[in-house]
Design a protein around this ligand. Structure first.
Ligand code: NAP
Ligand code: COA
Length: 261
């Protein structure tokens, strides 16, 4: 069930928007008549995402780019702006992750996640900045609970997502005077996504245990995140900036974690 906010004619650009959560976000905006650009590394993912979004009625552009390359993010922005004009909604969600203890992680293994998640987010925001609608643009970075909560086998993602959280806050300060709002969404486990497959639900028992720790006792759905992204990008959230918004069924206040010994 989607919230009924009309994004007709609004330019929505989603980096990492060709699969999973970010494609879910792009799809919500397309269903609400946005003009949507999705960007990622793999041509086959871009083609499949564009086909899906077009089926759902959106005016869509797909661009292949790697967020680790600032020239590529700039070229993607230029192509999207040439097609749809100034950017009203910018989503930065490209990420890479895997489970590994620090002692088993090579410097390149640590660096690749920081490069995609943290440096990639900076490249995306920096490339888009001259083309953001002002006043009125909404920038949303996709972070994760790792940004606030230390987790073993996740030193790379914890460092990268904590960095994204601070980039979000600082650029909310710097860009606020121009009427640009900058927020982040921190999803909990969202069912049937690569993140859950890699990190949470390696077997049915692990999935059940993870769900039992969530106050609402379920994994999230793609529309849970898409609805929040649309709300954050609407005039109803016009005074909301610099926030890291959890969308996690209450996972960030999960009782077991705070139970006294
Ligand atoms: P996903 O399906 O693997 O999505 C990652 C997307 O980023 C894909 O479209 C991928 O496409 C793209 N991508 C990866 N590396 C890239 C690069 N270097 N340059 C450009 N695009 C790149 O993962 P997901 O599980 O849906 O996660 C999406 C976001 O939500 C991530 O930021 C993740 O940290 C966050 N998150 C997920 C969960 C969850 O439950 N899944 C929970 C908390 C936070 P290509 O392979 O074509 O590049
Ligand atoms: N454990 C330890 N190290 C790992 C690893 C793992 N499971 N997977 C990759 N690495 C290391 C590699 O060994 C390599 O380091 P090295 O050169 O010292 O050997 C480094 O990470 C880079 O790996 P590479 O495969 O060359 O990177 P890539 O750029 O092709 O892919 C990844 C990036 C590794 C993040 C890949 O998993 C990816 O593309 N992920 C995108 C999808 C995703 O992760 N979605 C979930 C989002 S929550």
């Amino acid at each position: 069930m989607l919230i009924d906010i009309d994004f007709s004619g609004r330019h929505v650009m989603v980096f990492g928007g060709t699969t999973g959560i970010n494609l879910g976000i792009a799809d919500c905006f397309a269903q609400r008549r946005g003009r949507v650009t999705v960007v990622s590394r793999k041509q086959e993912n871009v083609d499949a995402a564009v086909a899906q979004l077009q089926r759902h009625g959106g005016e869509v552009l797909g661009v292949v780019a790697d967020v680790r390359d600032p020239q590529a993010t700039k070229a993607a922005v230029d192509a999207s702006v040439a097609r749809f004009g100034p950017i009203d909604v910018l989503i930065s969600g490209a990420a890479g992750n895997f489970l590994a203890e620090a002692k088993d992680l090579s410097p390149n293994g640590f660096g690749v996640v920081v490069d995609i998640d943290l440096k990639g987010t900076f490249h995306v925001m920096h490339s888009a900045y001259p083309h953001l609608s002002r006043p009125g643009a909404s920038v949303i970075n996709i972070t994760a609970p790792q940004g606030q909560r230390p987790m073993p086998r996740q030193v790379h993602a914890c460092a990268a997502k904590a960095g994204i959280d601070q980039v979000t806050r600082v650029l909310a300060q710097e860009w606020g005077p121009e009427g640009i709002r900058v927020n982040a969404i921190s999803p909990g486990p969202i069912g049937d996504t690569e993140g859950v497959r890699r990190l949470v639900a390696s077997n049915p028992q692990a999935k059940e245990r993870a769900q039992a720790r969530i106050p609402l006792r379920r994994f999230g759905e793609l529309d849970d995140i898409g609805n929040l992204a649309m709300f954050l990008s609407s005039p109803f959230a016009g005074y909301l900036s610099g926030a890291i918004v959890p969308c996690d069924g209450g996972g960030s206040v999960e009782a077991d974690r705070h139970r006294p010994e």
